[in-house]
Design a protein around this ligand. Structure first.
Ligand code: NAI
Length: 501
């Protein structure tokens, strides 16, 4: 090697989707990679696929042909685990089966030098459970990449109870050399990203199961008003319900049935019906032969004459601005016939009507959190006057944005899902899954969220986020919505969400 530096040699076991991606980023990072797979011909085929990917990168002009040639030359096949002896790091990416992984780890232990690190890319098996099969456990850790590896920059470095700090730091270094953004994560069910991601999908499922809104309406609200790349149902269809339902179950049982992590029966029903999403062309949506999603229109329309005047309930600047933009007259006092327009936080329209002794038949609630100028959510309590609702809808549409109409829900759709994400992120900080900054980084890079969960709480307001959770808990009586102590303390003491301790 140039400058007399010793070449870094790493081993990768398993030439499947993940192993191939790891081989590619390691070779691109300048490491010599020894690839092994137990299935005859699999490693050769894997290397060919990686080389084709590298050639394509060169064709696009991202690397020059000479560099492509040297990257490809760094990838070698070894026929047996014993051939991994020169590796200072071995990354295991074989099937998700504990017994198979334990056998592989025992064989790797025999093959490599004492100082070598052995890491698993498992997404659901505790690292400590795999390490229990090993003689020396300090050097065993997780190195959890995301699919497709070359496009997903995040890597979770999983620290098991016995893993040494030196090994964690070394893996962070290897991750960086592979062009990744490493975050150190405690060995715990679902690690960081898969745990943190539960709030988005399970709360979407709960809202749908309560009959509040249909999947396409929830998705449209989360995209337009929430700034998410995809809604929870689109995401489930993309990853596959055959993947996200079992992961939900593993995490739920791993946390001893914490209600915060519970999914809904309809999730299991979809799994059992084989409606996995894009891969079966039928999930929450149907897909045509070109993979195009068939989705109904999430916009509520109204042919009614717009309500001429509105009485605003607990008005703040945003509600006044919306009413003014819609061109309605704003009433100084209730005239007994006009719609009553409110923008509650964490409260359903029914509870609001009862608390303020309002006429529920005329009450219309709108969600003014998030980007409501891109999509407004509107809801009414049961027993509402249909003509009032239609006339209010027609008026709100004159404010210029599409409106999605949902059934009564504490926290509408966006407040509920964002508060659940923020609350779970806060809980992850509380139980030490990772540092607050790494929690945000990982959730943004691993799941494409517009903000990390703690940043989301800051954007919504800490007190407001706490209020949404408290009202959800009060109104539903469900322990699922109990606020994390991390959130509660920072909201009460007016401290930033990233303050440790
Ligand atoms: P895959 O099924 O595409 O590939 C597994 C490969 O391992 C196959 O080529 C198989 O021949 C080989 N293999 C099986 N037993 C072996 C053994 N005893 N010795 C050597 N090779 C063996 O699987 P995939 O998707 O690449 O997953 C691999 C690991 O990565 C699993 O632990 C999985 O949970 C994890 N993971 C998967 C992600 C995904 O989205 N697919 C994401 C993150 C982690």
């Amino acid at each position: 090697m140039a400058e007399g530096r010793r070449e870094t040699v790493i081993g990768v076991i398993g030439a499947g989707a993940m192993g191939r991606g790891i081989v590619q980023v390691a070779a691109q990072g300048g490491m010599r990679v020894l690839l092994h797979d137990a299935a005859p011909g699999a490693a050769e085929k894997g290397r060919e696929q990686v080389c084709a990917m590298i050639d394509r990168t060169a064709e696009k002009g991202r690397i020059d042909p000479a560099e492509a040639a040297s990257i490809k030359a760094r990838i070698e096949i070894v026929d047996a685990i014993a051939g991994l002896a020169p590796a200072e790091l071995v990354v295991e990416a074989v099937v998700e089966n504990l017994e198979v992984k334990r056998q592989v780890f025992r064989a790797v232990e025999e093959a490599v030098a004492d100082g070598a690190i052995i890491a698993s890319n498992t997404s659901s098996i505790p690292i400590a459970t795999i390490a229990a099969a090993c003689r020396v456990r300090e050097r065993v850790a997780g190195l959890h990449f995301f699919n497709p590896v070359p496009l997903m920059p995040l890597v979770e470095v999983i620290r098991a109870p016995a893993t040494s700090e030196q090994v964690v730091q070394a893996l962070i270094g290897y991750g960086k050399r592979m062009g990744r953004v490493p975050v150190a994560v405690k060995d715990s069910p679902g690690f960081l990203v898969n745990l943190g991601g539960r709030a988005f999908t399970t709360e979407g499922l709960r809202i749908h199961s309560e009959g509040v809104a249909a999947p396409h309406e929830i998705d449209a609200i989360m995209r337009d008003a929430g700034g998410f790349r995809m809604g929870p149902f689109e995401l489930m269809d993309l990853t596959g319900i055959d993947v996200n339902f079992p992961v939900s179950q593993i995490i739920y049982s791993g946390y001893f049935h914490d209600r915060r992590l519970a999914t809904m029966p309809v999730h299991q029903a979809m799994m059992e019906a084989g409606r996995y999403g894009r891969k079966t062309r039928q999930g929450w949506y149907a897909y045509d032969e070109n993979g195009n999603k068939q989705a109904p229109d999430p916009d509520a329309g109204s042919d009614a004459a717009p309500a001429p005047a509105l009485r605003l309930i607990e008005p703040d600047g945003r509600l006044v601005e919306l009413a003014s933009r819609s061109g309605a007259d704003i009433l100084e006092s209730d005239d007994g016939v006009s719609p009553l327009l409110a923008a509650p936080l964490g409260e359903d329209a029914s509870s609001l009507a009862a608390r303020m002794k309002l006429d529920p038949a005329r009450l219309v609630a709108v969600d003014l959190t998030g980007n409501h100028a891109k999509r407004l959510t509107m809801m009414t309590p049961p027993g509402g006057d249909a003509r009032i609702a239609e006339a209010t809808l027609a008026r709100l549409r004159l404010a210029g944005q599409p409106v999605t109409r949902i059934k009564d829900s504490p926290g509408f759709v966006l407040q509920r899902i964002r508060a659940m994400i923020a609350n779970l992120g806060a809980e992850m900080a509380q139980i030490g899954i990772a540092s607050p900054a790494d929690i945000d980084t990982a959730m943004k890079l691993g799941l494409n969220y517009p903000q990390g969960p703690l940043e989301m709480a800051e954007a919504m307001g800490r007190r407001e986020t706490l209020q949404i959770m408290q009202r959800l808990q009060d109104i539903t009586g469900d322990d699922r919505y109990r606020p994390s102590l991390w959130l509660r303390r920072r909201a009460l003491l007016e401290l930033p969400m990233h303050v440790p301790g």
